[in-house]
Design a protein around this ligand. Structure first.
Ligand code: NAI
Ligand code: MG
Length: 359
């Protein structure tokens, strides 16, 4: 089995949090008798500084040969100059494209002990555990666009296109994931208005009826979904949707748990390595202070074991260890809220997760 893992620490807090995730993966390897080969490569601002390119060819080559990729974050004020030829984010967009990563997975799981951090009432958010599948390489963001005319006739357009094949592959991936969870899938579209949504709805229904008759399936319009996420988020399990709807709904949902520091994500293709990362950015305001929350990246490492390496038990062990340190009351400053007296550092949080994995 290919078990080489590429680490792309990137910028800001990236190196600090990726190091903690690496230590957790190394502990898992020791406990379960695996060998992971780690190699670290450049992406983002640091890659621009050292090579002039936010995604050097050496990084692409290493990623292609790997089983999976763990990314910290890219970007920061140092590279924000609008006149710059190249920006750190370009490295991230390019690696997703190079690897054909068409599915973006975002679990939104609330740890009950952190429910008070949510902007919503604890009784509404408790029990929330949703896995979003957002289509990432099609739809309106990649549609034909243009402008014409001037004055009041100045016009701009951007078209939305989906093919049956694009719909099938992401619905299949989401339905497979539903089988490993509570066996429920919700597809979100705007089929009352949009032609690509009508295709999406019909093709998705066919895939579900023919290939996943055992999975409980329903469809929701995107505007209703925006309301349900605030009203009854705990009722959803796996949700699949197109690029733009997924962009907006996953950002809305990411606010439910109340901290960006706990949320991982994955981007997957049909074959080849997946890319795993926290959803937050490089947090330049706290970089180098040793106080970043490493748990989102550690949970991304768990997703990596599950989705790219087929190591379900190992993934669950990491997730249980994270839940246990939260239950023990460990909090990095972003989670500690009013009481900072008991807050722990990045390294202490990572070490606590490692300790929970030691049997
Ligand atoms: P951000 O997510 O980096 O930070 C927002 C706020 O959350 C900050 O106050 C930060 O300190 C805090 N925060 C984020 N992650 C944290 C963690 N693990 N532990 C504790 N606190 C945490 O978003 P922001 O400030 O908008 O962007 C900063 C830089 O990151 C920009 O250059 C942006 O372009 C880049 N960025 C990169 C992303 C990526 O690499 N995937 C995603 C989003 C932003
Ligand atoms: Mg977004």
């Amino acid at each position: 089995m290919n078990s080489s893992i590429v680490l792309l620490p990137g910028d800001g807090i990236g190196p600090e949090i990726v190091e903690q995730a690496r230590l957790v993966l190394a502990k898992v390897a020791e406990r379960f008798g695996h060998t992971f080969q780690f190699s670290s490569h450049q992406i983002g601002g640091i890659a621009i500084d050292e090579t002039g390119d936010p995604l050097p060819q050496a990084t692409i080559d290493a990623c292609r040969e790997s089983a999976a990729i763990l990314l910290g974050a890219v970007g920061g004020p140092k590279w924000d100059d609008p006149s710059a030829k190249t920006r750190p984010e370009a490295g991230l967009l390019k690696i997703r494209k190079e690897l054909g990563l068409f599915a973006n997975l975002r679990p939104i799981k609330l740890f009950d002990e952190l429910a008070e951090a949510s902007p919503l009432r604890a009784d509404i958010v408790k029990g929330t555990d949703i896995l979003f599948f957002r289509e990432l390489t099609g739809g309106i963001y990649f549609g034909e666009s243009g402008t014409s005319g001037s004055g009041d006739d100045e016009t701009a357009f951007q078209s939305m296109t989906y093919s049956a094949g694009e719909v099938k592959r992401i619905v299949r991936m989401a339905a497979q994931a539903a089988r490993g969870r509570s066996n429920r899938l919700t597809s979100v579209d705007k089929a009352n208005v949009l032609e690509p949504s009508r295709l999406w709805r019909r093709v998705a229904a066919e895939v579900m009826a023919n290939e996943f008759p055992d999975v409980q399936y329903d469809v929701v319009l995107v505007d209703s979904m925006a309301m349900h996420l605030i009203n009854r988020p705990s009722e959803f399990d796996v949700v699949v949707t197109g690029n733009m709807f997924g962009d907006i709904l996953t950002d809305e949902a990411s606010m439910l748990p109340g901290s960006l520091g706990m949320l991982p994500s994955a981007s997957l293709g049909d074959s080849g390595p997946g890319l795993y990362e926290p959803i937050h950015g490089s947090a330049p305001d706290i970089a180098g202070k040793g106080i970043a929350n490493p748990l989102a990246t550690i949970l991304a490492a768990a997703m990596m074991l599950r989705h790219s390496l087929g190591l379900t038990e190992e993934a669950e062990a990491i997730e249980a260890a994270v839940a246990a340190v939260i239950t023990d009351g460990l909090r990095t400053p972003d989670l500690a809220r009013g009481d900072q007296s008991k807050s722990v550092s990045t390294d202490e949080m990572g070490a606590a997760v490692v300790a929970k994995l030691t049997v």
